[in-house]
Design a protein around this ligand. Structure first.
Ligand code: GTP
Ligand code: MG
Length: 282
């Protein structure tokens, strides 16, 4: 497998002004030489370019320019026996080596999948170890308190400078406050991660799907003057002031006509029930 020359788009698929394409393997330079035409006096063809430099040129296909590109030749790690990392492998190693903890490892996934700027900021904070620091601080505080109490019980006659009742209480209260806050922001974290689910519910033909389309800014759901147009639930995420909001368009509520519509209404009641039991539920 390592003899293969492989190529992949390293940036996420979809719309975007820039893309990074990775090309590795023994034939990487030869392949790049065929596709890349250097532009300008100082640009070199890939096989002649020193590593860690950037060459300006264009990608040409059958005589026609496809795009302008910047090309960089990296060290030939794969040729020298390294294999391509599996998804998440670098993170797993960092975790196993103790370089990051579980909260940080989770943040890597959040970072990659973050749907809005705010989610991204939250994931970055967690990755930087903010959450871990605070939890470690809490743990230290509790251990200290426990040690004091136990020392006092086990060695009442020793002359250990005891924590006063006030000191103990204030430290415990600080811990409780912190945990309360953590629990409160846990909900927030879920929202950043998965979005707020919001069902659009109402009688048939009142404009539910039109509302969804307006909120999304494109025509996702079919709109028609016929009652009972929407039969399935339709889910789509919108970025509302930085928060990911998952809108669920639903079948209009009425005495269901046929089996298909009854199923749509059943799904709707399930969505609402899930929402009631767990606000962050997917
Ligand atoms: N006048 C007016 N018509 C609207 C408005 N919003 C939607 N409509 C029209 O109302 C009709 C029904 O709209 P939909 O968005 O399909 O309504 P719905 O609630 O999704 O309908 P069902 O899926 O059948 O339950 C369509 O003909 C829309 O063009 C509005 O604000 N004003
Ligand atoms: Mg509809």
């Amino acid at each position: 497998m390592l003899d293969d020359t492989i190529a992949a788009i390293a940036t996420p698929l979809g719309e975007g002004g820039l893309a990074v394409v990775r090309l590795s393997g023994p034939q990487a330079l030869a392949v790049a030489d065929r596709a890349f035409v250097p532009v300008g006096k100082s640009s070199l063809k890939p096989s002649a370019a020193p590593t860690h430099t950037i060459q300006y040129g264009k990608i040409v296909r059958q005589g026609r320019t496809v795009d302008e590109v910047l090309l960089s030749v990296m060290d030939t790690v794969l040729e020298n026996g390294a294999r391509l990392a599996e998804p998440g492998e670098f993170t797993r190693r960092a975790f196993l080596n103790g370089r990051i903890d579980l909260a940080q490892a989770e943040a890597v996934a959040d970072l990659i999948h973050s749907r809005t700027e705010l989610s991204l900021a939250a994931a970055n904070e967690q990755l930087a170890g903010k959450l871990s620091q605070r939890i470690n601080q809490l743990r230290d505080d509790l251990m200290k308190t426990l040690a004091h109490v136990e020392a006092h019980i086990d060695f009442p006659d020793e002359d250990i400078a005891p924590d006063t009742k006030e000191q103990l209480l204030s430290r415990l209260e600080r811990g409780v406050t912190f945990m309360d806050e953590l629990l409160r922001t846990a909900n927030e974290g879920q929202i950043f991660r998965r979005g707020i689910r919001t069902a659009i519910i109402g009688r048939p033909n009142v404009g539910k799907s039109s509302l969804l389309n307006q909120l999304l800014g494109h025509d996702r759901a079919i709109v028609s003057p016929i009652a009972g147009t929407t039969r399935d639930t339709i889910e789509e995420t919108a970025n509302i002031r930085g928060l990911p909001v998952v809108f669920v368009d639903t079948a209009g509520l009425r005495e269901a006509g046929d089996a298909v519509e009854r199923e749509g209404i059943r799904q709707l009641s399930e969505t609402v029930r899930a929402q009631e039991t767990d606000p962050g539920a997917q």
